[in-house]
Design a protein around this ligand. Sequence first.
Ligand code: GDP
Length: 479
Amino acid sequence: GPIVVKDLAEQLGAKATDLIKRLIALGVMVGVNNELDKETAVIVATEMGAQVEERASVEEREEILLQGDEDREHELQERPPVVTVMGHVDHGKTSLLDKIRSTRVTASEAGGITQHIGASVIDWNGRSIVFLDTPGHEAFTAMRARGAQVTDVAVLVVAANDGVMPQTIEAINHAKAANVPIVVAINKIDLPDVNPERVRTELTEHGLVAEEWGGDTMMVPVSAHTGEGLDKLLESILLQADIMELKANPNRAASGTIIEAQLDRGRGPVATVLVSRGTLRVGDVFLSGSVYGRVRALINDRGERVKEVGPSMPVEVLGFNQLPEAGDDFVILEDERQAKSIADARASRSRQSSESGSRGVSLDEFYQRLKDEAMQDLNLVLKADVHGSAEALAQSLAKLSNDEARVRVLHIGVGSVTESDVMLAQASGAIIIGFGVSIESKARQLAEREHVDVRQYRIIYEVLDDVKQALTGMLTPKF
Ligand code: GDP
């Protein structure tokens, strides 16, 4: 007999929107609640079903193979924290990183060369901290947008003479959206007439309350110029790491993330891997995205060749025959044939998906997802022409939350929609609402490529209407 579109989608384990798109391609115009005759259902089910099943099984098998066994509690050991430095331009991110890196060079090593591999290991009081070398929330969120979260702790640099600025707020919101805890470095305290208290007060307005004031954010006054307070900062980072109980099993095949990749003139493709668990060794067979190979050499951040590295450690890997991409996963496998077959399958899948492509969320699809899973967050990034209207809009939107769906505003900003907004939206499955603002052309391109829904409005009630309708399944889909 006839079958309702949404039921068929459920039986196929497909999204109703995908099924509807497929039906439209077949010339059948229907909505989720319409009935299909048997013939049409069979045709579309065969087309979709075969595809759905094939994909699921290949990807599931791959997943199981690549994940390996779960680690048991007693196998886990403490691992160093991985840190990203963020903050407003000119507040001293680069200077702070440089100063921290220079302190690790002990007298005997003086003159030792620092190799740029994308991350640096700082040894301090017998423990290690890993700093990612590219500061800024843009780099941080770009990695997340590719599905990788390598940062454990964000150090937010705020210049004491300047205070909280727009990119300070962006950084806070990007870190929060990723659930990464923040340690604040109040920088430039060597300048005359600066007042760290003012920075603490301003940060409170953005939800970061200093420990001294009964909150849970560590805030350390520092100077990247004189080095004052840096010990305390490193100590605070380690304290934060202790709270998080960062652990990994070093006694297993390694896996991690590519944090940098480049074509080196002499050595060909090289990439830095940040090991997340296990121990990576020379000779291991690896798979990264759709690239595979064997580890020929490992070089640490001090330019030394090493035989193996453990969890949280960054290391340059030689042995790639193609360039992997930053943000890709990196996994060690038992045998090269297996690595090759998964690499090939991934390559053909990525060709397919870049043709059909659908990664971001759209407001049109939101209700569909809401029905598929229980409680959902509708994540929003808000950009408005003036601060007042952004705040008012955010408050009104938050009030639209109901029992099934919660409106969560990840970031409110003033000015046009930027690439950084699009990346945040993509990494967090958010929709961008531009209120009386334009979209930068690069941001538009990125949004189109990554299927991030950017909506522009000039009238408040239209925003509220659309969001309300998306929350209740009333939004008329635009295909
Ligand atoms: P970034 O844009 O956040 O990476 O900031 P930079 O590290 O490039 O620093 C911006 C400017 O602030 C430079 O002129 C630095 O010399 C200066 N600066 C950075 N840290 C300090 C500090 O602790 N004290 C003083 N007085 N100046 C600093």
